[in-house]
Design a protein around this ligand. Sequence first.
Ligand SMILES: Nc1nc2c(ncn2[C@@H]2O[C@H](COP(=O)(O)OP(=O)(O)OP(=O)(O)O)[C@@H](O)[C@H]2O)c(=O)[nH]1
Ligand SMILES: [Mg+2]
Length: 327
Amino acid sequence: MAGRRDWTRDTLAAGIRDGDRRALARAISLVENRDPLAYDVVSDLYPQTGNAYAVGVTGPPGVGKSSLISALVRHVRAEDTSVGVVSVDPSSPFSQGALLGDRIRLSDHFLDPGVFIRSMGTRGHLGGLAEATLQALLVLDAAGKELVFLETVGTGQSEVEVIGIADTVLLVLMPGSGDSVQALKAGIMEIPDVIAINKMDHPAAKTMLNEVRSILSLERDREWRPPIVLTEATRGENVPELWEKIAAHRAFLVDSGQLEQRRRNNLAGEVFSVASARAKQHLEHAVADDPELRRLLDEVQRRELDPLTAVREILDKVFHIDAAGSR
Ligand SMILES: Nc1nc2c(ncn2[C@@H]2O[C@H](COP(=O)(O)OP(=O)(O)OP(=O)(O)O)[C@@H](O)[C@H]2O)c(=O)[nH]1
Ligand SMILES: [Mg+2]
């Protein structure tokens, strides 16, 4: 048995392929810590991925995302589907591999060998959230999980972006999630594929349903019209209906040939967004560390140098891009 420190690139990749829980736990810790071994292992596993169906679950804090995932897991386990759950917590520096019981209300499933659940922090890395989510999904996919839930918390634009890798995006709201409704209305938040209005036991749930419905009615031309389901996660109320809607979205993607296209777009988008985040970080460090580049900014501020000339010089120096001819 390999101990904590004994994993190598090969044993870890093999362990993951076998669905070994300790290998999975280790790999996700490495992903979380941006350990170089994680990049190697994911690179080895990548050719075997693409089989898991990824459901991104997002929404404001405390709406019941984890409770709903738990109820959905219970529902799909009845059909023996193997499941992975990764709950990404942007606020936590990192989980140290601990199961954050408070955040993941999935303790019912801890003893089920067909379910693997982990919470993951991101150490505040710029662009780290999307990257960590992607890597964790690939690991669970390679481990043979048929269904993977990716939970991320947030309000507004970033929440849907972080799970840009998901095949189906489920937005969870509850009575009182006014900010998210505004973000949907203003077009700041991308329209999700399925919406759950959780805590339907709350008296204002119906009002919320009508509000969201009226926003979506403006989007009549869409090929897929996002269904809205009232749920009560804690009692499992309407959870089979919610699962049906997720399955219907999947069937829609498959039947219309869009799943393949969506995955291609998602992967290209992930590569681009992780590369952009890293390039930005590189640029910021370069400017901070280089007195000459900082001087350029001073000169712009003193109106001695125009902004776009400064841009050109910075790009030339940092990325060796001849920006003169670029748009
Ligand atoms: N009344 C009621 N409470 C619920 C329902 N679903 C979840 N809750 C409660 O709401 C609280 C938050 O639930 P979670 O599932 O942790 O919510 P979350 O969205 O995952 O929270 P974060 O991950 O911290 O953003 C818990 O106390 C749940 O028991 C529901 O349908 N009705
Ligand atoms: Mg949660």
